[in-house]
Design a protein around this ligand. Structure first.
Ligand SMILES: [Zn+2]
Ligand SMILES: [Zn+2]
Length: 196
């Protein structure tokens, strides 16, 4: 289910930079802040929570904070891509027990499953990688589905990440970016840009 070769998400990258000892310590620290429901085995997080109410773990900076279940998943099973969603089980988003989850899948699957379970949260306030969909981090883009243009929110942190990755790995993209920048600089020099 997890493609190791594809670009890992921000949290996966942050965790990959840690030593295995640091990862073990982090895992132990996370588990120490979980409270297990004796009847269901559901694990509730007692640490800090994000805008959507689920637990978050800070992995170094604001852009690297991630949902606690996601961090646990990566620590246990390896890296995820930004588009891989952690799929909560029927017990809902409050539970961080990995064995209660449905694993990892695309966002559409997650939504469909949540609707089927009756646990769907209409207002999604974070991107799949756990970055806030707030004013400064959200960019409206369009997706084209069945010939229809639909507005959608995109996470600036993830977009920036993807662009940087592409810039570093795709020479053609890098050349196009540089050409655009040169063109822009030239127009600016001639006083043709709106902002100049
Ligand atoms: Zn559970
Ligand atoms: Zn994001």
């Amino acid at each position: 289910m997890v493609n190791q070769r594809a670009t890992p998400c921000v949290a996966s990258k942050a965790l990959a930079r840690m030593t295995s000892k640091e990862r073990d310590t982090l895992h132990a620290e996370i588990m120490a802040r979980m409270v297990e429901d004796p009847d269901t085995g559901c694990l509730a997080w007692t640490g800090p929570k994000g805008s959507r109410g689920h637990g978050t773990v800070n992995l170094g900076s604001r852009s690297q904070s991630a949902p606690v279940y996601r961090v646990l998943y990566i620590l246990s099973y390896g890296p995820l891509r930004s588009r891989d969603w952690y799929l909560h089980g029927p017990c809902g988003a409050e539970c961080n027990n990995l064995s209660h989850s449905r694993g990892v899948g695309p966002a559409a699957w997650n939504t469909a499953q949540a609707i089927a379970d009756g646990t769907h949260v209409g207002a999604v306030t974070e991107c799949p990688a756990g970055h806030p969909y707030d004013k400064e981090n959200t960019r409206m883009t369009y997706s084209v589905k069945a010939g229809k243009r639909r507005p959608q929110r995109s996470c600036r942190t993830c977009l920036r990440e993807a662009r940087r990755e592409r810039y570093n790995t795709d020479p053609e993209f890098r050349e196009r970016s540089r050409a655009r920048q040169r063109e822009y600089n030239e127009r600016k020099r001639q006083g043709l840009t709106k902002t100049a």
